[in-house]
Design a protein. Structure first.
Length: 401
């Protein structure tokens, strides 16, 4: 089989590619819905076994989180599915996807819905079950090419990307050491198929303010209201926005209090921070700690800061730009006009970039409105992007990088 025959193969199987995507989307696999993640993993194990590859299931450590009472909890995470073939080949490519979505098991957005002839609306359709289907079927096509013997590939499908890959990051790093190129199947930036280029880094923090409980009527003056005190600190933290270009600090969640007639003794505030450079991250961390240290010990309050940098920024160095250019050139042979633009979002491509591994991380479906009930993919892009990946792998197997 040659490349044009591979394209026809994928076109002939477009109904099956869509059917797999729809099947995966119909299974809730929110990050902490382990039963759903297990079901998705079992389906994908069976699908990838058709490629004649080796497989393993890799468990990860529990995720430590500060709960709404300011205490540390451990939450179990789903495992990583690893599939690989021709580990002895001189050219090795790492392909990464994630099985989890942002929609918990009790979210009202659960089922896929076809809109017109070309749109699939559903939880995780774009982010990134469509991307997994693209990866799988591109490999099915590629494996029929004679040059496939020159290239080894390794697939990692994680279960915790949507919370920053706290459990799977170490596995990604260990596996990635064997590879010089990576591809990640996050959705395209828009309907046109635009790729994400440079990405910001991210950090997540939890601030815990401890006060003193008291009866709101009888002993109000004896209490120390943790919510009110936290509000003072939130204002100081929010005031950091606009002081350093590209840095954003989002006060995303706040929780405190148990009953209306009790002075609340605990308040938890959660921050999501994005930054273009590592120096920006250090600036944020320094300022947060300075604000916290200014709390007077004799005030009756105590504040704690938990968390830190989650993902380093992804920068477009020389080798990464070479890979983007290669993808663009291959795309042009298929009639796909690919461009890229900066993104404030993060993904596992940030991890590879921090290791110095060139990667293109938005080879998934065209679509949009991810992380919302309006999330969708353009169905023909499943075949389109599978053709793109197959052609990229063919190019690499013939010419290297």
């Amino acid at each position: 089989m040659n490349l044009s025959e591979c394209q026809q193969f994928l076109l002939n199987n477009q109904a099956d590619i869509f059917a797999l995507t729809e099947k995966l989307v119909a299974i809730n696999s929110g990050t902490f819905h382990l039963a759903g993640l297990q079901k998705v993993c079992e389906i994908l194990q069976q699908e990838f076994s058709a490629l004649g590859c080796e497989q393993s299931i890799m468990p990860v450590a529990p995720f430590e989180i500060i709960n709404d009472k300011g205490q540390t909890d451990e939450l179990e995470l789903g495992s990583v599915l690893r599939c690989w073939k021709r580990a002895e080949a001189s050219i090795q490519v790492l392909l990464i996807g994630h099985m989890d979505t942002v929609f918990p098991h009790d979210h009202k957005f659960q089922q896929p819905k076809k809109i017109g002839g070309d749109i699939l609306n559903g939880p995780g359709a774009a982010d990134m079950k469509g991307g997994i289907a693209i990866m799988l079927w591109a490999l099915k096509a590629f494996e029929q090419l004679p040059e496939a013997k020159n290239l080894g590939w390794e697939v990692l499908l994680t279960s915790d990307e949507e919370i920053g890959s706290p459990g799977s990051e170490e596995i990604i790093r260990q596996i990635a050491k064997k590879h010089k190129i990576g591809f990640v199947f996050e959705p395209a930036m828009d309907d046109k198929g635009t790729l994400a280029g440079q990405r910001k880094g991210s950090a997540k923090y939890a601030l815990v303010m401890h006060g003193k409980a008291a009866h709101a009527g009888r002993h109000f003056a004896e209490g120390r209201n943790a919510i009110c005190k936290m509000a003072e600190y939130i204002n100081k933290i929010d005031a950091l926005n606009g002081r350093r270009e590209g840095v954003t600090i989002n006060v995303g969640m706040i929780h405190g209090g148990e009953a209306l007639n009790i002075v609340p003794d605990c308040c938890v505030c959660r921050l999501d921070i994005r930054f273009p450079t590592k120096e920006d991250a250090e600036w944020v961390n320094t300022n947060l700690n300075t604000i916290i240290k200014n709390l007077e010990p004799e005030s009756g309050y105590k504040i704690e800061l938990h968390g830190g940098i989650e993902r380093s920024p992804k920068l477009l160095d020389e080798n990464t730009l070479r890979l983007y250019n290669l993808v663009q050139e291959v795309g042009s042979t298929l009639g796909q006009n690919l461009t890229w633009q900066p993104s404030g979002g993060c993904c596992d491509g940030n991890i590879l970039s921090a290791m110095g591994i060139p990667n293109v991380d938005t080879l998934g479906a065209r679509g949009g409105k991810i992380h919302s009930e309006h999330e969708y993919i353009i169905i023909p892009s499943l075949v389109e992007r599978a053709n793109l990946l197959c052609a990229i792998l063919s190019h690499l197997s013939l010419h290297g990088f």
